[in-house]
Design a protein around this ligand. Structure first.
Ligand code: 5GP
Ligand code: ZN
Length: 112
């Protein structure tokens, strides 16, 4: 298994984990683009948003429920953005579904 986010999920690669449970891990992005830049991933390997189906979509709801529950602990009170890049043209570099959680500065819209 060569997927770096699977390795982060199973602890093979160290990361700065801020939350984990039996289904997901939330950890700090290695190259933060904002004062708070976290990545929320399912432990299960799903390649990208285009691989979400009725079989595996509950994990997406779970991730968003946890973001909402943890918003104070994660310092998201001032507002935050959740984004997933799907495919190379959209800037996806790691082919394991992940949601960027960005906060702590004014975020421009539309993103570049
Ligand atoms: P993408 O470009 O696929 O949307 O986002 C991948 C993100 O993963 C990037 O923001 C990148 O900084 C982050 N990243 C890549 N490798 C690692 C790693 O080994 N550890 C951590 N914490 N973040 C990583
Ligand atoms: Zn993976």
């Amino acid at each position: 298994m060569e997927c770096i986010f699977c390795k982060i999920a199973n602890g093979e690669i160290k990361s700065d984990v801020v939350f984990k449970d039996e289904k997901i891990v939330i950890f700090k992005d290695l190259n933060p683009e904002a004062p708070t830049h976290l990545l929320a991933i399912p432990k299960e390997h799903i390649e990208s948003a285009e691989k979400i189906t009725s079989i595996n979509s509950a994990i997406v709801a779970h991730i968003f429920e946890k973001i909402s529950e943890l918003k104070n602990d994660l310092k998201l009170q001032e507002g935050f953005r959740v984004v997933t890049n799907c495919g190379e043209a959209a800037g996806q570099t790691v082919k394991h579904l992940h949601f960027h959680i960005l906060s702590g500065r004014k975020l421009d819209w539309p993103p570049g």
